[in-house]
Design a protein around this ligand. Structure first.
Ligand SMILES: C[S@@+](CC[C@H](N)C(=O)[O-])C[C@H]1O[C@@H](n2cnc3c(N)ncnc32)[C@H](O)[C@@H]1O
Length: 270
């Protein structure tokens, strides 16, 4: 939890934004750690770069709605101090995984695991997410293959850092193989026949091939170190920021009105 006097700076003259792809989550796909998971509501890195462009090294950014961590990751790349909050534990985990330092041995450990992927015993009862109508999301055979991969990553005797890299690749594969289309702000189910099956058990299997490709991309990005000011990703409710941060922020522009609604005014230094 931050405890020194810090600054939250959002310029009151935000750049003009049209419907340019560079200003949406789509632009993040090929940008190293930003592309680890594609989630529709993510900000674009270009947009965050423009917003934090005026921030100096002694300032500190707060993003009270972390999501996939675009703000925090952009700040980390630019060596700007940043704290970020989200109410969703999965997104806090993802942001921490994207912001973490990975040593060469963590990366080798994850790669080695990916090269020796095994399926769990076929008679095992495997965990699946308690999702209503889950068969609409994944073909039952794909779900079986994904549940097996999830179990072996969870049970592997490896460091937490290597496991986080492997789970990042797993989540990417799970999202890519779901029978859903992600549009600008909505999601729809695809026809069942439109999806190829992971359970095609050639050697290597479709699952092994796709997982190896995504893991390789993630490890390549993880090997590039971030700045020396790692941001903090905090699990909390930004409607009660008082309980999450105990510091003073200065707000600029429209954000000050928004933060007053959040009863955050005692933390403002304008
Ligand atoms: C549009 S996303 C933010 C996008 C994010 N900055 C990014 O680039 O990926 C909004 C986020 O706000 C979070 N959120 C919604 N209500 C919240 C609350 N009361 N406290 C903290 N986070 C909240 C959601 O879980 C969601 O991840």
């Amino acid at each position: 939890m931050p405890n020194s006097e810090q600054i939250l700076l959002f310029p009151h003259t935000a750049p003009a934004i049209g419907r340019r792809e560079s200003m949406t989550f789509k632009a993040n796909r090929n940008l190293g750690r930003h592309g680890w998971l594609r989630l529709t509501p993510a900000y674009s890195r270009h947009l965050v770069e423009a917003l934090v462009g005026a921030i100096g090294p002694s300032d500190r950014v707060l993003d009270p709605f972390c999501g996939t961590g675009t703000t925090a990751l952009t700040c980390a790349e630019k060596n700007i101090r940043c704290d970020t909050v989200d109410i969703n534990p999965f997104l806090v985990w993802l942001a921490r995984a994207k912001l973490a330092f990975y040593s060469p041995s963590h990366i080798d450990e994850a790669r080695d695991f990916g090269n020796h992927l095994r399926q769990p015993a076929s008679d095992r009862q495997l965990w699946r997410p308690p999702l209503k109508d889950i068969e609409k999301w994944w073909d039952p055979r794909d779900l079986e293959a994904l549940a097996g991969l999830c179990a072996v990553i969870k049970e592997a005797k490896i460091t937490d850092a290597a496991r986080n890299l492997l789970f990042s690749a797993f989540c990417r594969v799970a999202i890519e193989t779901a029978r859903v289309s992600f549009n600008h702000q909505s999601m729809s189910f695809k026809a069942a026949s439109a999806q190829w099956t992971l359970a095609n058990m050639g050697t290597p299997s479709n699952l092994q091939r796709l997982f190896a490709r995504r893991l390789g991309e993630i490890l390549e990005a993880a090997a590039i170190p971030l700045g020396s000011n790692p941001p903090t990703a905090i699990l909390g409710d930004s409607r009660e920021l008082d309980k999450v941060v105990s510091t003073t922020y200065t707000l600029f522009g429209l954000w000050r009105y928004f933060f007053r609604e959040l009863h955050f005014s005692s933390h403002l230094r304008e």
